[in-house]
Write a protein that binds this ligand. Structure first.
Ligand code: NCD
Length: 329
């Protein structure tokens, strides 16, 4: 059987809503468990019976390709039954509230609900409502507004740590590594969650972006802020680029996309400032030619983007498994 799955079970969390209070021990457990599931996913038969008979609901109120599909594949690989809810074809269009929607799935026997919403705090509000109802259902935040995207940061962490030690991915591997996060930090829930995980694991996090997209408040997370790209890239081991979230921006935050690319776009020449062997991450979706030159994304010696997507399934399996653990059939 899988090594991590026989390990002691120091997991006490009922929900995964934020990484703000995650400990190094919890990161270690998620990485170790995801490592075991990565081995399952590499087999010809990619399924284990672990969550047979459980119902997992993907409650997505905002567009998603990678995250929703990845949760669906993770649930299926664990043999759970999975329901994909789409806001546009549901009774929400008839005026039903989010709480009534989740209560409907609750009455149908759901065990875990995965929530994405364009407003910050919705997964927390759903979790509170379920707790008040006395329900044991777990909630996973799949991205809430500009707040957090914990599963993306966990899959980024897994991608980085497996690159550093494929057989034993562990948080300590990031100690002292310089990681530059570049782009639209202000609107990025990915950046907020990654700051929590990377700083706790001992990485040296440098944020870079225009002053309008990188306010001083980000210092409080323990990161170094730069409004010029070069000092953030100098000696970096990893560079994480973020999408310009045009749908969340007012009109006056950027002069133009061309100007943004000129000042902050990641190009091959600029990567020469980093440590030799630097690797690039991007959570997707990508605006090719804006946050980075298109060819970098397709260069397997540089880009970790497809590894990030692959890691997503193993990490989400790990979370579903850990959350269901206390209630195993
Ligand atoms: C991100 C998201 O939706 O927060 N993408 C993702 O989940 N992989 C980042 C983004 O939208 O830019």
């Amino acid at each position: 059987m899988l090594a991590a799955l026989n390990a002691p079970f120091p997991w006490t969390r009922r929900h995964v809503l934020s990484l703000e209070d995650f400990s190094a021990a919890e990161y270690a457990l998620v990485l170790q468990t995801a490592g075991s599931f990565q081995q399952v996913l590499a087999r010809r038969n990619r399924k284990v019976p672990t969550l047979q008979g459980r119902i997992i609901v993907n409650l997505f109120f905002e567009s998603s390709t990678r995250t929703r599909t990845s949760f669906e594949l993770a649930a299926k690989a664990l043999s759970a039954d999975v329901v994909n809810f789409s806001a546009t074809t549901s009774s929400l269009t008839k005026g039903e509230t989010i709480f009534d929607t989740t209560r409907t799935f609750l009455a149908m026997g759901m065990d875990i609900v995965v929530v994405r919403h364009r407003d910050s705090g919705v997964p927390h509000a759903v979790a509170r409502d379920l707790e008040q109802l006395g329900s044991p259902v777990s909630v996973i935040n799949a991205g809430d507004g500009q707040h957090e995207h914990p599963t993306q940061a966990l899959l980024d962490l897994f991608t980085l740590c497996t690159l550093l030690d494929a057989y034993d991915p562990r948080p300590e591997l990031l100690a002292g590594k310089k990681i530059a996060i570049v782009g639209d930090i202000l609107h990025s829930r990915v950046a907020r969650s990654n700051l929590c995980s990377l700083v706790t694991c001992g990485a040296e996090v440098h944020l870079a972006g225009p002053p309008t997209l990188l306010p001083g408040e980000f210092r409080q997370y323990g990161a170094t802020l730069h409004h010029h790209l070069a000092p953030a890239l100098e000696g970096a081991d990893f560079v994480m680029t973020l999408r310009l979230q045009k749908e969340r921006m007012g009109d006056y935050l950027l002069p133009s996309l061309r100007e943004y690319h000129r000042l902050y776009g990641i190009t091959r020449e600029r990567l020469a400032l980093c440590r030799p062997g630097v690797r690039l991450l991007h959570p997707g979706p990508v605006n090719r030619g804006v946050e980075l030159s298109s060819d970098l994304l397709d260069d397997p010696r540089l880009s970790l983007v497809s590894q990030q997507v692959t890691s997503g399934v193993a990490v989400r399996m790990a979370l579903l498994y850990l959350l269901a653990g206390g209630k195993a059939a």
